[in-house]
Design a protein around this ligand. Structure first.
Ligand SMILES: NC(=O)C1=CN([C@@H]2O[C@H](COP(=O)(O)OP(=O)(O)OC[C@H]3O[C@@H](n4cnc5c(N)ncnc54)[C@H](OP(=O)(O)O)[C@@H]3O)[C@@H](O)[C@H]2O)C=CC1
Ligand SMILES: O=C(O)[C@@H]1CCC=N1
Length: 249
């Protein structure tokens, strides 16, 4: 995820000479970005933490002397207070991005208890090139955000896969089925984003009376099958986020 954010920042015009990536694993980084195995001397303006939540305790001591102006954490679950207790920083901002930030079409939720307007400005300016950016005042809602927009692309890809597999089972060549499924979901989402009515109304507009869509929607709606499946899916993801928070405390 850190790599996806970095790729977008550079595509948006950030100067790679101003960016230092800290990763002992020596991954590929964009040209001009300095890659180091351990934090260099000096105090960064912004430190973006993009390790797995389970690595926090192992990595935090190595960051203890960095003392950034703003620590931005994208760790699922892990709370602002936990981060503040483990990594000294003037301010901590939690961010929950998602994978489409790589093309500037992501969602980034932000949270901080800092009342310093400059901290909020820095976080907003950093995230603006990544897509839709919104502040969440109540940190407890971050579990829902992780489930919806953080994990959501994974769930959307499963749906696309299932659409394509369903069409292939009806005889469409598999590659064409996948192309059509992706373009259908992309177009449907773009229309919804551009529309002044909600998705329920749009679904009804697709469903001609007595037609094909209604026959299909009746399957999804029977016993609220789709709603229940998706609610269970998001609940499982949110529960996991809470477990990660608890484990990191
Ligand atoms: N994937 C997603 O869509 C999203 C992920 N997140 C959050 O982003 C974080 C990363 O997730 P994800 O990208 O999926 O996981 P990855 O395992 O792909 O990324 C973690 C990265 O951290 C590196 N790393 C490991 N140890 C260290 C260390 N000691 N110091 C610095 N870097 C280290 C890893 O390197 P190596 O591979 O060499 O071990 C790897 O590049 C998680 O906290 C997750 O909750 C948030 C929103 C969305
Ligand atoms: O699966 C995960 O834990 C991360 C957080 C949100 C998306 N990916």
């Amino acid at each position: 995820m850190g790599g996806a954010m970095l790729a977008r920042w550079i595509a948006d015009g950030a100067d790679p000479a101003n960016i230092v990536a800290i990763d002992p694993g020596a991954p590929d980084v964009p040209a001009g970005v300095t890659l180091v195995a351990a934090p260099p001397e000096g105090r960064p303006d912004v430190l973006v933490l993009a390790i797995k939540p389970q690595l926090l305790d192992a990595v935090a001591p190595s960051l203890a002397s960095t003392n950034p102006d703003v620590l931005v954490s994208i760790l699922a679950g892990v709370e602002e207070a936990t981060l503040a207790a483990k990594i000294p920083a003037r301010a901590v901002v939690r961010a929950m991005p998602n994978l489409p930030v790589a093309i500037g079409r992501g969602v980034v939720a932000l949270h901080t208890t800092s009342d310093d307007a400059r901290v909020r400005d820095v976080a907003e300016a950093l995230m603006a090139p990544l897509g839709l950016v919104e502040w969440i005042a109540d940190e407890a809602l971050f579990h829902a955000v992780v489930a919806l927009s953080g994990s959501g692309p994974g769930f959307a890809y499963r749906f696309i896969e299932a659409m394509a597999a369903g069409a292939a089972a009806l005889g469409l060549p598999a590659a064409m089925a996948e192309r059509f499924a992706i373009a259908t979901v992309e177009g449907a989402a773009a229309l919804a984003a551009d529309s002044d009515v909600g998705p329920a109304v749009l679904a009804d507009r697709v469903a001609s009376p007595g037609g094909t869509t209604r026959a299909g929607l009746d399957v999804l709606d029977h016993g609220a099958a789709m709603r229940r499946l998706v609610a269970d899916t998001l609940t499982a993801a949110a529960r996991r986020s809470a477990e990660l928070a608890e484990a990191a405390r």
